[in-house]
Design a protein around this ligand. Structure first.
Ligand code: PLP
Length: 397
């Protein structure tokens, strides 16, 4: 049967990362390709106890339809935490629970952009967001990242050249995939540009809680005085990714439109897991739990950085992470990224080529992403040695 799928979906390719997962079953495979949290970060015993208690005391709420905005106790707890930890939330703001940050990103674009409108995004950027924008018929306009975050001059040129741009999508803290955190000065300039060119900033911050070195930088949302920032958060990296609980916080009017858009998609996020999440925040030590995850990732990141420093040819550059779960490496000129990734895969070490994260997948790229939250310590040491051998074989000095 020849299925005549829509034009929008004809051009969409499966996520390169999900494709790599298919090769991971081979014994001995080392994956630096995942974006998953370490399974030891799932508070299984607490969640089991909470789940039992829900089915004992409040099964109907868990099993009945809920309201689109989200389970009220969870919304209140998330609002309170956002205020306490990030200084986010004014009287003009509202918050909706969404089915993972992924849905929050997609709904934001759906509500704000017409087909063909430009969405400005960082290059590289989160593939799930890029594909969401593509699937909605948005035109991706990419702006390069510098060590300080998005390149402000390039952003202004992009906004001048694309007056139909409605949205800037940015991951300012522990960017996926580049690991970069946008500094405060840059954030202030970006906010000014957003005002000047009248665009909304979609601030995606699923890794913000995972800082293990350096100083916190205020979020765009906490610096925003006009309701120009829509903030997207998630419990995926601090409690459970399978739970699929994220949230969007923004101006009341905008959130009310997002509520309508969500009604068309999935009516509401899974009530049972919203209840589990709420009770976990109420009854357990979420901040202590996050501190443990940070410590685990600090150790794993240091191990990977140490292995890279010890083994990689000096011409292979990498960005030292201060948080999050990714490390971004760049090969020297003259080394073909596709061939490098292929040779690594042949030796059962899997990395994601930077082309997967490019708004323009045909643009030249010499970078690849390494994940350190999932592999064991032994795999980190062994896998980096293998990658270093391949880089040398291919001529990196
Ligand atoms: C930058 C970024 N945003 C959003 C998400 C979506 O997370 P979730 O839908 O699990 O909340 C991810 C997941 O890896 C991510 O890396």
């Amino acid at each position: 049967m020849n299925y005549n799928v829509s034009e929008k979906f004809k051009s969409l390719k499966p996520s390169a990362i999900r494709e790599i997962f298919k090769s991971l079953g081979t014994p001995g495979a080392i994956s630096f390709a995942a974006g998953n949290p370490n399974p030891s970060s799932f508070p299984v015993a607490d969640m089991k106890r909470i789940a039992d208690e829900i089915f004992e005391n409040d099964p109907v709420t868990a099993l009945q339809y809920g309201i689109t905005e989200g389970y009220t106790p969870l919304r209140e707890l998330v609002k309170a935490r956002l205020k306490r930890v990030y200084g986010i939330g004014t009287d003009d703001d509202e918050l909706i629970i969404v089915t993972g940050g992924q849905q929050g990103i997609e709904l934001s674009c759906k509500v704000l952009c017409n087909e063909g409108d430009a969405v400005v995004c960082e290059n590289p950027s989160f593939i799930g967001a890029l594909n969401a924008f593509r699937s909605l018929g948005a035109r991706l306009v990419s702006v390069e990242l510098t060590d300080d975050g998005i390149d402000v001059d390039a952003l202004e040129s992009a906004l001048k050249a694309n007056p139909d741009a409605k949205l800037l999508y940015t991951i300012p803290t522990f960017q996926n995939p580049a690991g970069i955190t946008t500094n405060l000065e840059t954030r202030k300039k970006v906010l000014e540009l957003a005002k000047k060119y009248d665009i909304i900033i979609l601030e995606d911050n699923p890794y913000g809680d995972l800082r293990f070195s350096g100083e916190d930088v205020p979020t765009y949302k906490s610096l925003d005085t006009e309701g120009r920032v829509l903030y997207c958060g998630s419990f995926s990296k601090v409690l459970s990714s399978g739970m699929r609980i994220g949230f969007l916080c923004g101006g009341k009017e905008l959130i009310s439109k997002i509520v309508v858009a969500k009604q068309v998609e999935d009516v509401h996020t899974n009530v049972f897991f919203q209840m589990v999440c709420a009770r976990y925040i109420e009854q357990c030590d979420l901040e202590g739990h996050i501190a443990e995850i940070r410590e685990l990732y600090r150790r794993k990141a240091a191990l990977m950085v140490g292995a890279l420093e010890e083994n990689m040819p000096k011409s292979v550059k990498f960005i030292r992470p201060d948080g999050g779960i990714f490390l971004w490496c760049s090969l020297p000129e003259g080394i073909d990224l596709g061939e490098f990734v292929k040779r690594a895969g042949d030796r059962l070490v899997f990395v994601v080529p930077g082309t997967a994260f490019a708004p323009d997948p045909d643009a030249p790229c010499r970078s690849f992403r390494l994940n350190y939250s999932m592999p064991t310590d032994e795999e980190i040491v062994k896998g980096i040695k293998i990658l270093a051998e391949i880089a040398r074989e291919m001529g990196a000095g």
